[in-house]
Design a protein around this ligand. Structure first.
Ligand code: PEP
Ligand code: MG
Length: 723
């Protein structure tokens, strides 16, 4: 059954169908007319659910789960929600249960009409909240569906599954999720990814066709659910599981290495986090520090700012987890698209150009000094603290923060509280104004980090989330590249440390340009770190500089993209460049297994980024015409954007394979050719060259009787170098 991937991984077990939730008991919906009492019951239920969500969020050791519970808490506390329920009870004379259901349904319908996928998917959270309130009202009479899970391992099949239901499932038994119309940004999907539970979503008809109890395989990478798989599919997925295990090992190995270019230039690769709970993921992925601690997440979704003590706890927890590694704490970055209702900032016509971040620090100096005191206290044993200010556009704003910092330090001295011995103040370069006066700003601060998400939106004058203008919101726009390069040159001239912490820092395709510009640090989402370290090891600083020089002369983003595409496509010679690309004794029995194994070898060797994508490309060709050439050889091939550099791989099955129904001779050797999407006629040249050589018995014998991978590689290289 074909659907959409929600969370990667392979899981298999018996299907357990969860039917729709039991409706809230009708007798309450029909009964009771005492409005005062009903309103009281609602308030009590809300208080209980609030307390429960808060305590579950606090107890949850997982940052994502805690974040989701807090987001639900925010919906529950929304004053409009409470007012509407109360109005329906008092004025509409509805019992509490019915008033909650109606209000939640109204909110959910509103959200479902929103153009934003994110908001549409919050509708499920509302239904979840209504259900929890109902449970409190009716004293737990509605059974939790998760408790219906049988004892054994299971794949849960359900139209909707709320985040709280997923959290209630026993993770040791849950092997996968097959859901209905659930999007990848829904909280359930986010949770599944964090918990490592493979998940897919299916269209309604496909979902309804899954029989209860049937054996299921969930392929969360390709977005497939396989019902009652036969022996060949099971074998295929065992190979897939093994491949993913090895990919995971490879990832950890790369994560542990320092980040260095091919010519030995060291770069710091760091992580962006939103709270101390995410620090663990940063270290696990190989972060050398935290390049951006988005402190504002401590301030969102609540009714009052966190106290100095609460902030101190959060910052020092992060500092403890970092040990000797550095953390750059960004001061409060709210306003604009991240409003804080309790600050009472007036509504603005154009919030991104309004009173955001450092621009309201003067007006709310108490709040900022409180944050600075918490930071100054939280430096851990090193006594060093790095603070970074967002959205700076003018020198005066930095001077204001210095004054606030001095005041905060003075306040701590008065209280006799120890504080940081050494403080470095930095700013984000995220307005063109700051980028243009880096030299002046360098006299005020110790370091810079480019916030490219905002810098790009302000340079191109395009909202960073605008769905129709993504073509302009493109980091390859020459205007943006020039501004970035110019700002970096000024920072270098002023001998200031320079990082970059916008999304583009974690994009391996853009990496050559960033290396060319010359950043000291790249900071990104933790999961992107291993791939960036790996790509970095293949880049040469001199080559990247010359690429950048050419890119800066381009008139259009498309020209830069073409240059970059060509640069990224150049690998080493298009050959089996290492022994990991040759397998001499493969247990594979079918063309599907052989192609899978060869694509897996390419992925493990870092030659491709996505083996299912290449497999699909290979099969597209294979279905038009089978690629066995006769003479005991098959030559499958595919072109895909997942391929980094043209490569040939070779595999010898233990037992000959019958390649297709029309095959005349069984296949004893398989050569797979992978070519980048923009590889031009490269694949034709490679296929022609190899087919020609395979006509020669001597070459075939070299490959089929070679005793070592080295001998195969030598034969292949000789063939590929031949013009
Ligand atoms: C940026 O603007 O690039 C940045 C890192 O800050 P944020 O995404 O939090 O605005
Ligand atoms: Mg920003």
């Amino acid at each position: 059954l074909h659907g959409h991937a929600l969370a990667p991984g392979i899981g298999s077990a018996a299907a357990v169908l969860l039917k729709g939730r039991a409706p809230l008991p009708r007798r309450f919906a029909a009964g009771r007319k005492d409005a005062k009492r009903e309103a009281e019951l609602f308030r009590e239920a809300r208080r209980q659910v609030e307390a429960e969500l808060r305590s579950r969020a606090e107890r949850s050791g997982d940052a994502v789960a805690a974040g989701i519970l807090k987001a639900q808490l925010a919906i529950l506390r929304d004053p409009t929600f409470g007012e509407q329920v109360s109005n329906r009870i008092v004025k509409g004379k509805l019992p509490a249960g019915a008033a909650i259901e109606k209000t939640a349904a109204g909110f959910a319908a509103l959200m479902q009409r929103s153009p934003s996928a994110y908001l549409r998917e919050r509708a499920a959270d509302l239904r979840d909240i209504a259900f929890m309130l109902g449970e409190k009202l009716f004293g737990k009479q509605a059974p939790r569906r998760a408790s219906l899970l049988p004892r054994g391992k299971s794949v849960v099949v359900a139209d909707v599954l709320s985040p709280s239901e997923l959290l209630a499932c026993d993770r040791r038994r849950l092997r996968g999720l097959v859901l209905g119309q659930v999007g990848p940004t829904s909280h359930t999907a986010i949770l599944a990814r964090t918990l490592g539970i493979p998940a897919v979503s299916l269209p309604n008809a496909a979902l309804a066709s899954v029989p209860d109890g049937a054996e299921l395989i969930v392929d969360g990478r390709r977005g497939l659910a396989l019902v009652r798989p036969g022996a060949p599919l099971k074998r295929y997925y065992r190979l897939e599981e093994e491949h993913q295990r090895r990919l995971g090992q490879r990832r950890s190995r790369i994560a542990a290495q320092p980040a260095t270019t091919r010519d030995g230039v060291r770069l710091e690769v760091a992580a962006n986090i939103a709270g101390p709970a995410e620090a663990g993921a940063a270290w696990k992925n190989g972060a050398e520090g935290i390049g951006l601690f988005r402190s504002e997440f401590l301030f969102l979704d609540r009714e009052a700012p966190p106290s100095e003590e609460e902030q101190y706890q959060a910052y020092s927890q992060a500092a403890r987890s970092a040990g000797k590694r550095r953390i750059i704490f960004r001061t409060l970055d709210v306003g604009g698209d991240k409003p804080l209702p309790y600050l009472g900032l007036p509504r603005e016509e154009n919030p991104f150009l309004g009173n955001r971040a450092v621009r309201f620090y003067d007006e709310h100096a108490d709040l900022i000094r409180c944050q600075l005191r918490a930071l100054l206290r939280a430096t851990g044993r090193s006594g060093h603290l790095k603070i970074m200010v967002p959205m700076v556009a003018a020198v005066g704003e930095v001077r204001l923060v210095r004054r606030l910092l001095q005041a905060a330090a003075g306040e701590l001295r008065e209280r006799n509280v120890p504080s940081a011995r050494h403080v470095e103040l930095g700013i984000m370069i995220e307005t063109p104004a700051a980028a243009l006066v880096v030299d002046s700003l360098a006299r005020e601060v110790e370091f810079f980090s480019v916030g490219s998400n905002d810098l790009l939106q302000y340079t191109m004058a395009v909202d960073r989330g605008h769905p129709a203008l993504a073509g302009l919101y493109d980091p390859l726009q020459p205007a943006f590249l020039r501004l970035l390069t110019q700002a970096a040159a000024q920072a270098r001239k002023a001998r200031r440390w320079l990082g970059i912490c916008g999304e583009m820092a974690g994009n391996t395709e853009l990496l050559p340009l960033l290396v060319g510009i010359g950043f000291d640090e790249l900071s990104m989402v933790p999961a992107a770190i291993p791939a960036v370290k790996e790509r970095l090891a293949h880049l040469d600083k001199g080559e990247c500089r010359s690429l950048l020089r050419r890119a800066l002369r381009c008139g259009e983003a498309a020209e830069v993209a073409a240059l970059l595409g060509e640069f990224n496509g150049q690998g080493t010679a298009p050959a089996a460049s290492g022994p990991e690309l040759v397998r001499l004794d493969s247990p594979c029995r079918t063309p599907a297994e052989a192609i899978k194994e060869l694509c897996g070898m390419l992925e493990l060797a870092g030659r491709i980024s996505d083996s299912p994508a290449l497999e699909e490309a290979v099969w597209k060709r294979e279905e038009t015409f089978a690629t066995d050439l006769g003479f005991g050889f098959a030559l499958p091939h595919g072109k895909s954007p997942a391929v980094r550099a043209a490569t040939v791989t070779f595999l010898r099955p233990r037992r000959p394979i019958r390649w297709s129904a029309a095959s005349t001779s069984p296949v004893k050797g398989v050569l797979l050719i992978a070519v980048p999407e923009k590889g031009g006629e490269e694949h034709l040249r490679l296929i022609a060259g190899l087919s020609r050589r395979l006509m020669h018995e001597e070459f075939r014998a070299d490959l089929l009787s070679a005793r070592s991978t080295g001998a195969v590689l030598a034969a292949l290289r000789a063939c590929l170098e031949e013009k």
